[in-house]
Design a protein around this ligand. Structure first.
Ligand code: COA
Ligand code: AMP
Length: 632
């Protein structure tokens, strides 16, 4: 009889190293690891450290060698450019090997960093795989970030090369990547040796002679590169994510653990394998894009869909269903916010009904809390399992979920279900003691984390320890709060830090406050995330102006909105701010952000015992009512 979730979880718990060594058997190694876990540096851990392996080999070449060269590897479906095309595994191999060869010929070697700044085009995946092929460490930057954010990443990762596209296409505008790239290089202290620019026909960018090379010309005549095996603990990539300050955290992904874990999840979590079509409607700039647009599906020999469009408006709320039907998608993964957008435009599911969705076995949701309404709507309309699962950039794959490939467990709406093998998830009180079922606390994971999760932060081991390991010794602190019920189901309720989640995008209010504070009229400020029906949360700024400032408040607010777009980028989605006289604080000077959130969202709240001056909350309420909030 096939083992179910409970047996598999118990098997992992009884022998974690044996469990992952078994899973490692599904990966092609140049040299097999002698052991699974290296604990010598605990609480820093490494998996498969002495194995030698290449990610690109496992994601591309081995499928061609196995006779599947003619199978589609990537389907690019781009409603914003009205184009579709397919790349087979053999074509992908040729393209990646040539690009890798050209990079190497230009001096990019194992361990060198390469920034990739590209929209949802197959060339973005090719660039990632080309880096992996020669052991270079890529760092993909999301297109919705401004030049300043790109510059911060350039200075932190010090790339030898940057690979970018000339432009991206949003439904309402062309995103001028190249001027953003030029601006970022200008701002950054570190300068890359060279840039490779993929010119799109929608916008051909001006190249800087001597520094910039056109994508095709750059590769012309290059000798294709073979896959270079690297040590298991060699970083495959760095992906920056929001922390508590304006300095993003560079999450490091180790090569071997990444391969083993992602390959395991494709069958166990998503129930797909060779030849199946898998689609994650996210962006290559996010962790979902890394794990489940690029690496996971290709490692498992699936066909992956690269979708350059939106859930609605390209052209309508039927877009997801059209893609699923046309490409016979078996497992589909998106953010709840995207389904909320579809539901808002097509509540009756009329557009959905126009498409044959018979190949679709399940809808997977992650990136933010999946609200019960959205899950129920999707379940009712689609008639298939709708599976919430919880994970983070740091882990790279699901911490908790309902593993379809191991036999689905009963769904409890509002819960991303149970811990995956590899994760011993516990809820702790402030003193670090596990709490009883049903009690709210900080969610932590007992160390070691499983393969594929972050071993450290790029160039910031102290920060890694401080941010994740020091608070609860022996545990990884997730930054999420919630509880576990009597059946072991997890409920994710809130963040314990100042991270907010806007349309499935993780943003730091601390970083936004740094931007607002840099405005010449702003003396003090706070940013909170208020509830938003579509996007989950939406950022809202409170501005206290300098004593001498007599400028119209509306002008200052407008400038702050523009400043945020300029410094962090459109992805921050910062559109609202109010000017107030003072901010509510505790007697020790801590801003009472949680109270402001409760007032804005019309949630019950108690007057904080430590508040310095309760009258300030009346002013805050008034200001919020002025912009249509706090009116419950
Ligand atoms: N490059 C440049 N700009 C981008 C961008 C990109 N890749 N992605 C988004 N933006 C811009 C948008 O154009 C928009 O700019 P605007 O202020 O000029 O309109 C801004 O960033 C906010 O975009 P978005 O969050 O997409 O909001 P929206 O109102 O345009 O669309 C949704 C709302 C719900 C349809 C959209 O947020 C969505 O598809 N969300 C799902 C996100 C997702 O998959 N997240 C998963 C991560 S795992
Ligand atoms: P990111 O690193 O961008 O993937 O964001 C990770 C954070 O998003 C988590 O720490 C949670 O706060 C939130 N998150 C992701 N998935 C879920 C989920 N299924 N339910 C609730 N919150 C989620």
């Amino acid at each position: 009889m096939r083992m179910g979730y409970a047996d598999i979880y118990a098997k992992w718990k009884a022998d974690p190293e044996g469990f992952w060594m078994d899973a490692a058997g599904a990966i092609d190694w140049a040299q097999k690891p002698s052991r699974a876990l290296n604990s010598q540096n605990a609480p820093l851990y490494e998996w498969f450290a002495d194995g030698m392996v290449n990610t690109c080999w496992n994601a591309v070449d081995r499928h061609v060698l196995a006779g599947r060269g003619a199978q589609p590897a990537i389907i690019h479906d781009s409603p914003v450019t009205r184009t579709k095309h397919i790349l087979t595994y053999a074509e992908l191999q040729n393209r990646v090997a040539r690009l890798a060869g050209a990079l190497r010929a230009k001096g990019v070697e194992k361990g060198d960093r390469v920034i990739i700044y590209m929209p949802m085009v197959p060339e973005a995946l090719e660039a990632m795989l080309a880096c992996a092929r020669i052991g270079a460490i890529h760092s993909v930057v999301f297109g919705g970030f401004a030049a300043n954010e790109l510059a911060v990443r350039i200075d932190d990762s010090t790339p030898k090369a940057i690979i970018a596209a000339s432009c991206g296409i949003e439904p309402n505008r062309v995103v001028h990547y190249k001027p953003l790239l030029d601006g970022a290089i200008e701002l950054a202290t570190h300068k890359p040796d060279f840039c490779v620019i993929f010119q799109r026909e929608q916008e051909v960018a001006a190249l800087t002679p001597g520094r910039d090379f056109e994508w095709h010309g750059f590769q012309y005549g290059a000798t294709p590169a073979e896959c270079l095996p690297v040590e298991g603990n060699h970083p495959a990539y760095i992906l920056y994510t929001s922390g508590t300050t304006g300095q993003p955290k560079g999450v490091v992904r180790p090569t071997a653990g990444h391969l083993v874990a992602l390959n395991w999840t494709m069958r166990a979590v998503y129930n797909v394998g060779v030849g199946d079509v898998f689609w994650a409607a996210s962006d290559v700039g996010w962790v979902v894009g890394h794990s489940y647009i690029c690496y996971g599906p290709l490692i498992a020999g699936c066909t992956t869909v690269v979708y350059e469009g939106k859930p609605v408006g390209t052209p309508d709320a039927g877009a997801f269903w059209r893609v699923i039907s046309e490409h016979k998608v078996k497992s589909f993964f998106t953010a709840p916010t995207a389904i909320r957008a579809v539901k808002r435009d097509d509540r009756e599911g009329a557009l959905m009904k126009q498409h044959d969705l018979s190949h679709l076995q399940a809808l997977f949701l992650a990136g933010e809390r999946a609200d019960p309404d959205t899950i129920k709507w999707a379940q009712d309309c689609l008639g298939i399992p709708v599976i919430d699962h919880w994970w983070q950039t740091e882990t790279g794959w699901a911490i908790a979920g309902n593993p379809m490939g191991l036999g689905l467990l009963p769904v409890k709406i509002g819960s991303p279900s149970v811990a995956m093998p590899g994760y011993d998830v516990q809820v702790l009180d402030e003193g670090g003691h596990p709490v009883s079922p049903g009690t709210l606390g900080a969610i932590a994971i007992k160390l070691p984390l499983p393969p594929g999760t972050l071993p450290t932060l790029w160039n910031a081991e102290d920060r890694f320890r401080k941010a994740y390991l020091d608070h609860f010794p022996g545990y990884y602190e997730t930054g999420d709060a919630g509880y576990i019920d009597e059946d072991g189901y997890l409920y994710i309720m809130a963040r314990t830090d100042d991270v907010i989640n806007v349309a499935g995008h993780r943003l730091s209010t601390g970083a936004m406050e740094e931007v607002l504070a840099s405005h010449r009229d702003v003396a003090e400020c706070a940013v909170i995330g208020v509830a938003d029906d579509l996007k989950g949360q939406s950022p809202l700024g409170f501005l206290c102006l300098n004593k001498g400032s007599n400028r119209p408040h509306a002008d200052v607010v407008k400038e702050c909105v523009a400043l945020m777009r300029d410094k962090i980028g459109p992805v921050a989605d910062f559109k609202r701010a109010v000017v107030v006289e003072r901010l509510p604080k505790t007697r020790s000077g801590k801003i009472l952000r949680a109270t402001m959130v409760a007032i804005a969202d019309c949630k019950p709240w108690k007057m904080p015992a430590t508040i310095d001056d309760p009258a300030i909350l009346d002013e805050i309420t008034e200001a919020l009512q002025g912009i249509g909030l706090a009116k419950g």
